[in-house]
Design a binder for this molecule. Structure first.
Ligand code: PEP
Ligand code: MG
Length: 571
């Protein structure tokens, strides 16, 4: 079978299936209603027991505030009048427990949702949570138990969300395969950051694979083989050995500077999502962290991390990087990155919606807490702050105002931080690229976010694999934008980097350096290869190459031109 290879490498292991949870409720007429009431009571008791376990675990591992949410869920399930209401629906209408539960709870949810009180509106979400938990119990749908995962597991799922990927145990997962998903989804990006071979878009995969089937997954070609024969096993084991050998060869570049043959220095940094990504950063001799997607430390929890908790995470990374630059991007939630406890409204176009800096400017407390934590971490290393999704000068100024307030609070509290901490912004929205001359006067650096810049420039949803042919970093519009962002940044005396996935594209790197880019931030596994490519280049030649590429009329022409140059240089 063949899908879309989004994270290269060969993974061989046993299938571990992640069931998707779709809850479909039908109305069924029941004659034995008292047994149905019994079934409801028993499901509620099991849920209470599970919630209590979660309460204790959270209390011990995280804290009392976070644990309280489970206490309140438990109390709702102990509300006799609520339960009696569901029971009387079963008894009076002769319907199944699932239907009675859904009907009764939905009426309350709607009631709470229409109340103009934040606290009561949030209770609607709690009720939804509880209803789904009891429904799953009644229907026998059990969430995947990740603790059962063994080493050398190949994850098989309908779809992976960014938060699913973030909570996988990377010591056990050797590959991932899904039915849906595109190359630029955050699940795919995280897979590359974690260095896990991944293939997306294999239709019907869940019907073809059973738990524990032996799977071969080639994350480069997109080929997967279920229960392979001896010949396939031999071929792919050998291919994997060759890959490992190549990786070992690249290790010779550890410790060498990233400079072109004529002495032009480029900084090669890593993109990370969680502190667990640090081992690959160090292993691959990365020169900094060019993008820490800090939103990932807000995922897979019941409430937002406190200032102290965030400080601990940032401090840990800074200490490991021992004074090398670490750019922490402030929260970029929204789009395909959901954080349920932040209660974000469902939107028709989440990528065009309330996300990133827009959400932070609307949640000053959340934003300021993060800024305070980053500022406080600045005494432990070379940290820089970066705002995502800036589209106007006003947004930047509003965000800077909150940063200034956070600094002033710390001064008042006599808490130490680095006063001249560098501040940068991502240039990932066409409006920001177009006014980059104005924005450049207000910050210390730019980092070009091609993942979003391509999607917004080309009007192509980055998650839509049907439109992948239009989503291209080689499009002349992209080259012109990148060139003008670099020029505007340099004219204002600031440095310009790139942290979108295009920064790790070895074919594009010569053009980016030719245009004068100062820093490239990519998945750690691509760092040494990129260093090898760069050490083989001549900056002066690259300026001409960039000029030539800018004359071409179509993405395919640019891609062919750069690919041919790459092949000639590297053979
Ligand atoms: C980008 O848009 O290029 C980027 C690096 O940010 P993200 O992929 O997290 O949206
Ligand atoms: Mg982005």
């Amino acid at each position: 079978m063949k899908g879309l290879g989004v994270s290269p490498g060969i993974g061989i292991g046993k299938a571990f299936i992640i069931e998707s949870e779709t809850i479909n409720i039908e109305k069924i007429y029941i004659s034995d209603t008292s047994s149905e009431v019994e079934r409801l009571r028993s499901a509620i008791n099991i849920c209470k027991y599970e919630i209590d376990k979660l309460y204790l675990k959270t209390l011990h591992e995280i804290g009392e505030k976070e644990a309280m949410i489970f206490k309140s869920h438990e109390m709702m399930l102990e509300d006799e009048s609520f339960i009696l209401e569901i029971e009387s629906k079963i008894l009076n209408d002769n319907v199944n427990a699932e239907y009675a539960l859904k009907e009764t709870t939905t009426a309350y949810i709607e009631l709470f949702e229409n109340i103009k009180d934040d606290y009561l509106r949030e209770r609607a979400d709690d009720l939804k949570d509880i209803m789904n938990r009891v429904l799953r119990e009644l229907l026998g749908i059990h969430p995947t138990d990740f603790s059962k995962m063994e080493i050398n597991s190949v994850i098989i799922a309908k779809e992976l969300t960014p938060s699913d990927t973030a909570q996988l145990d990377r010591n056990k997962v050797v590959a991932m395969i899904t039915e849906f998903g595109g190359n630029n989804s955050h699940a795919a990006i995280m897979a590359r950051i974690m260095g896990i071979p991944t293939v997306l878009g294999i239709k019907g995969i869940l019907n073809e694979i059973k738990s524990n089937d032996l799977i071969i997954c080639d994350g480069k070609t997109g080929i997967i083989i279920i229960n392979p024969g001896n010949d396939d096993k031999k071929y792919y084991k050998q291919k994997k050995e060759e890959e490992d050998l190549f990786k070992n060869e690249l290790k010779k570049l550890i410790g060498l500077p990233t400079v072109t043959k004529d002495g032009y220095k480029i900084e090669l940094s890593s993109n990370i999502g969680t502190p667990e990504d640090m081992s690959l950063v160090l292993e691959n001799d990365s020169e900094g962290i060019g993008l820490f997607r800090s939103e990932f430390i807000f995922m897979n929890r019941e409430s937002e991390p406190t200032e102290d908790e965030q400080l601990e995470q940032y401090k840990g990374i800074l200490k490991q990087m021992s004074n090398k630059p670490v750019i922490i991007r402030t929260l970029d939630i929204g789009g395909d990155k959901e954080v349920p406890y932040l209660d974000m409204p469902k939107e028709d176009n989440p990528f065009l919606g309330y996300r990133a800096i827009r959400l932070c400017l609307g949640n000053e407390c959340l934003f300021k807490t993060q800024l305070r934590a980053i500022l406080r971490s600045s005494v432990y290393g070379n940290v820089k702050i970066m705002f995502p999704m800036i589209s106007t000068l006003k947004e930047l100024r509003d965000a800077k105002k909150i940063l200034e307030e956070a600094k002033q609070e710390l001064r008042n509290e006599n808490i130490e931080f680095k006063e001249d901490i560098e501040l940068g912004i991502m240039i990932e929205i066409p409006s920001a690229a177009i006014i980059s001359d104005l924005l450049a006067k207000e910050v210390d650096f730019f980092s070009i976010g091609t993942n979003d810049l391509i999607q917004y420039t080309m009007a192509v949803d980055r998650m839509n694999s049907k439109l992948a042919h239009l989503y291209s970093q080689y499009h002349p519009a992209m080259l012109r934008l990148i060139k003008s962002i670099i020029k505007n940044g340099h004219d204002a005396g600031i440095w310009v980097g790139m942290c979108g996935e295009a920064a790790g594209d070895p074919i594009l790197i010569p053009l980016l350096i030719g245009m004068g880019l100062d820093e490239l931030s990519m998945n750690s596994s691509s760092i040494l290869y990129a260093r090898g490519v760069i050490r083989n280049l001549d900056k002066q030649e690259l300026e001409q190459i960039a000029e030539n590429a800018l004359q071409l009329e179509a993405a395919i022409d640019v891609e062919n031109y750069l690919s041919n140059l790459f092949v000639n240089k590297n053979n």
